[in-house]
Each structure stands twice: as structure tokens, then as C-alpha cells.
Design a protein around this ligand. Structure first.
Ligand SMILES: O=P(O)(O)OC[C@H]1O[C@H](O)[C@H](O)[C@@H](O)[C@@H]1O
Length: 450
């Protein structure tokens, strides 16, 4: 089966071959820290072998639950934030046509999928309640800690809606809880109420959890064959197991990013050429940013959607501050491809495109833009995705995960924690009057009232 490939042609003007060779000792060290579990945060690196070591009985239970949701629900509300929703959203967008929720029931053959609990916006919850209307729906509430504020608030709202519609007993059958095996408020509530539960393994952090029940249940409920997703990841696990930079494309990606960072290219733009891939970038940004942004170091992960953003950000990328590099994720064979309609005359000046497909325009734009950006001083890496299918996506997910694991260790940081995320939470809890935060409440109120 063909799989993703990594193209470094357009970074050659910026990084000499010997520079990559000279990264080998650092990569060998990072690989050893990862595989031998001797690096910082190693207790959260079970995702490395997840594609072969996952719980097969639970996997079958996920597939069964997905069938149940398909049979009794017109909509599934997926409640989670950060790593507890971005992977599922990225996969569902990538693996289905645009406007998935707007397709006819017959074409979709699966419930509409809505995401909630991923912001503190009150309007968003309100709007989703209106959209659900009298639709039959189920809820998949996802939280590794089981205590995150945004999903907890949304869960209360949608749980009440379910109870109003189906009664307490009926509601319980429509709630699927994905959380820690032993602890947290969501775990305790699920156990007390008898919700069907799925476990987020201890050794897999949120941003690495898309191939656990966190991502798998919503993805399966949308009609995707999750076995293919796991198969792709499994083949990638085999493919990227060698510490030799000449043989391991994921490590080559990690090493090149690190070399570019050291040369002053401190922002990486993940570029896509398909609107169905925007959330892949959002997932990737958490994976990279939460893993590497520590000790005042790390590449800032950003993204742009082409060709759309060429008409807004294109000027900056071409001629702005030269601290950017691009990693393009290019889908080589999109599922649908249309030809430009023929027309009498040449009023719109498009006659030269007749006989060409719109995807040929996209690919030519990709090639032209890449060369222009390279000429403008933007190093360019490219990951080619052969097909818009679950196998390729599983492969791609693993590529980025293993790359950031290795890359994190080259920075000398712990790639698997996220201590900095707590700072805003402490302030928010203090301002909202959560018990235990009384001292901070006083200090913050005084600062705000100045
Ligand atoms: O799954 P949860 O425990 O609710 O966490 C959801 C997200 O929130 C946090 O603040 C973390 O920084 C993320 O790494 C995590 O993915």
C-alpha cells in the first residue's frame, strides 16, 4: 500500500547535507531516550507502541457503540477540548466531504457530528442547542483528567437536554464517557450513573490520544473504518523505527526542523491545500506547541490554508520577517476532481484552463507557490499524502507524533507535560471563586481593580 512520503528538495538551499549528517548523534540520543524510556516524561510515551498494543476488546466495544449511535441518533455531540477533540475533528473533516453535516441522511449514512465544550463561549452552546432542535442525539463526553471546565459545563447542559427528552434512564443510555480508568470527576460520575465508558490509557497524554477511544469513537460513529486508521499507524510504527536519519523520514523531519530553528527560523507554518485539512493543522499545533514550547524555547507552530490565505497572508510569507519555514501537507489525489466547464468565447479569460481539472490548478499553484516562497527565503518541507483515506491519515498521525517526540528531546525538554497551561486556569478558578483559591482571588481582584 502506498504511504506518505517526505520531500526535502526545497530545503536544500538552506541546509547543507553535512548539517543533517551532523545531527545524527543528537537524533540517536533522542531515539534512545524515547524507545528505552529514559527521557523526561517517559511515563507518557505509551503512544509509541499504541498501534500494536491497543486494547482489542475495547476496540471492538467502540465499534459496537458506534453502530448503536448510528442506529439511534441523528446527531452525536462530542464534548471535549484540546487533545480530547482536535484529533477526532481533524479526522472527521479529512475523511468526509466538506459540508458533511449538510449531506442528506442517505449520503451520510451516519449521524451529524457536532463538537462542544471546546470554548468558554455561551453563544456557541446556545446555538448548538437550537440546531439540535428535536433531533435524536447522543453524547460522547471526553476528558482525560475528567475535571476540565469547558467540557464539564457543556456536559451539564447537554445531559439536561437528554434527560428532558428521554428521561433519566433513557439519557444514561445515550451518554458515552471517555476518561481515565480510575480517577476524576467524569470517571466517578460515569461509574455512579452507569454510563458506558471507554478508557484513555494512563501512558498516553491528551495530544497523543487520537488513536485511543478519545478519537476512535467519534471517528467510528461518523462511519469511518477505524481499523484502517490503526493499520496505517501500525505500518508507520514499523517504518519509523530506525534511528538512522537516512532511513527514517520522520526523524529527518525532526532534525531539519531543529537545524532551521537554530538558524533563526523559529516559526513553522503547516500548510494545507484542502479546506478539509484545516483541523489537521489545529491538531498538529497542539501536538507541536504543547510538546516543545518550554523553558523559553521551541518552534512556534502556526498554520495557513492555501490557496485561501495566499490572498491574505501571502504578502507576509513572501516578504515579511525571515523567521518562517513551511511544512506543506499535500494531498496528491483528492477524492473528487472536477473539470473546468467549457464556455463559448473567452469573456472570463479562462480559456487556457479548458481541458484542465480544478485539481491541476491546485497542484500547479502548490508548485508555483513553493518555488516563489523558497526564492523569497522561506525554507520548505513537504509531506505528500497519497490518498484521502483512513490508512494514510493513521500513517500521518504517527509520523508527526514520533517526530515531535524525538524533536522534543533534541531541545532538552520534557515533550510530554504541559505545566504552563495551569497558569490561566488558576487565575480563572480564583476569579470564579472556586474553593481553595481564596488567596489568589484577593491578589487578582486587587490587580484588576487598580
Ligand atoms: O482531556 P482533558 O483532561 O479534559 O484535557 C483537555 C486539554 O486541556 C488541557 O488544559 C491540556 O493542556 C491539554 O493537553 C488537554 O488536551
Amino acid at each position: 500500500m502506498s504511504h506518505i512520503s517526505f520531500d526535502t528538495t526545497n530545503v536544500e538551499n538552506f541546509v547543507a547535507k553535512h548539517e543533517l549528517d551532523e545531527m545524527q548523534p543528537l537524533i540517536t540520543m533522542a531515539d534512545s531516550q524515547l524507545r528505552n524510556r529514559t527521557g523526561a516524561g517517559a511515563e507518557y510515551s505509551d503512544w509509541i507502541t499504541l498501534p500494536t498494543d491497543y486494547d482489542k476488546a475495547e476496540f471492538a466495544r467502540i465499534q459496537k457503540a458506534a453502530e448503536q449511535i448510528k442506529s439511534d441518533s441523528q446527531a452525536l455531540v462530542v464534548i471535549g477540548i484540546g487533545g480530547s477533540y482536535l484529533g477526532a475533528k481533524a479526522a472527521i473533516d479529512f475523511l468526509h466531504p466538506s459540508f458533511y453535516n449538510e449531506l442528506s441522511d442517505e449520503e451520510r449514512q451516519a449521524p451529524k457530528i457536532y463538537f462542544a465544550g471546546n470554548s468558554t463561549s455561551s453563544a456557541y452552546i446556545n446555538d448548538l442547542v437550537r440546531v439540535l432542535g428535536d433531533k435524536d442525539f447522543s453524547v460522547n463526553v471526553i476528558s482525560k483528567s475528567g475535571t476540565t471546565t469547558e467540557p464539564s459545563i457543556a456536559f451539564r447542559v447537554f445531559k439536561k437536554l437528554l434527560e428532558k427528552k428521554y428521561g433519566e434512564a433513557g439519557a444514561k443510555k445515550r451518554i458515552y464517557a471517555t476518561t481515565d480508568a480510575n480517577k476524576g470527576a467524569l470517571h466517578d460520575e460515569a461509574a455512579a450513573e452507569g454510563y458506558e465508558t471507554f478508557v484513555i490509557p494512563d501512558g498516553v497524554g491528551g495530544r497523543f490520544s487520537v488513536l485511543t477511544p478519545v478519537g476512535l469513537l467519534p471517528i467510528a460513529a461518523s462511519g469511518v473504518d477505524i481499523q484502517q486508521l490503526m493499520d496505517g499507524a501500525k505500518d508507520a510504527q514499523d517504518e519509523y523505527s530506525d534511528s538512522d536519519l537516512r532511513k527514517n523520514e520522520a526523524y529527518r523531519y525532526a532534525a531539519l526542523r531543529r537545524i532551521l530553528y537554530d538558524k533563526g527560523y523559529t516559526t513553522e507554518l503547516l500548510i494545507n491545500w484542502e479546506p478539509t485539512m484545516q483541523y489537521l493543522s489545529e491538531w498538529w499545533k497542539q501536538l507541536m506547541g504543547e510538546s516543545e514550547g518550554k523553558n523559553q524555547k521551541g518552534i512556534y507552530p502556526s498554520s495557513a490554508n492555501f490557496s485561501t490565505d495566499l490572498h491574505s497572508l501571502g504578502q507576509y510569507i513572501q516578504e515579511g520577517r525571515r523567521d518562517l519555514f513551511e511544512t506543506v501537507v499535500k494531498l496528491d489525489n483528492p477524492v473528487s476532481n472536477i473539470a473546468l466547464p467549457e464556455e463559448e468565447g473567452n469573456k472570463d479569460g479562462l480559456q487556457y484552463l479548458e481541458g484542465k481539472t480544478v485539481d491541476e490548478v491546485n497542484t500547479n499553484a502548490f508548485q508555483g507557490v513553493t518555488l516563489a516562497h523558497v526564492d523569497g527565503g522561506v525554507p520548505n518541507l513537504a509531506v505528500h499524502i497519497p490518498q484521502q483515506d483512513a490508512y494514510s491519515l493513521g500513517y500521518l498521525i504517527y509520523f508527526f507524533e514520533i517526530a515531535v517526540g524525538a524533536s522534543g528531546y533534541t531541545f532538552g525538554i520534557n515533550p510530554f507535560n504541559q505545566p504552563g497551561v495551569e497558569a490561566y486556569k488558576t487565575n480563572m478558578f480564583a476569579l470564579l471563586g472556586k474553593p481553595g483559591y481564596e488567596e489568589q482571588t484577593k491578589t487578582l481582584r486587587a490587580r484588576l481593580n487598580k
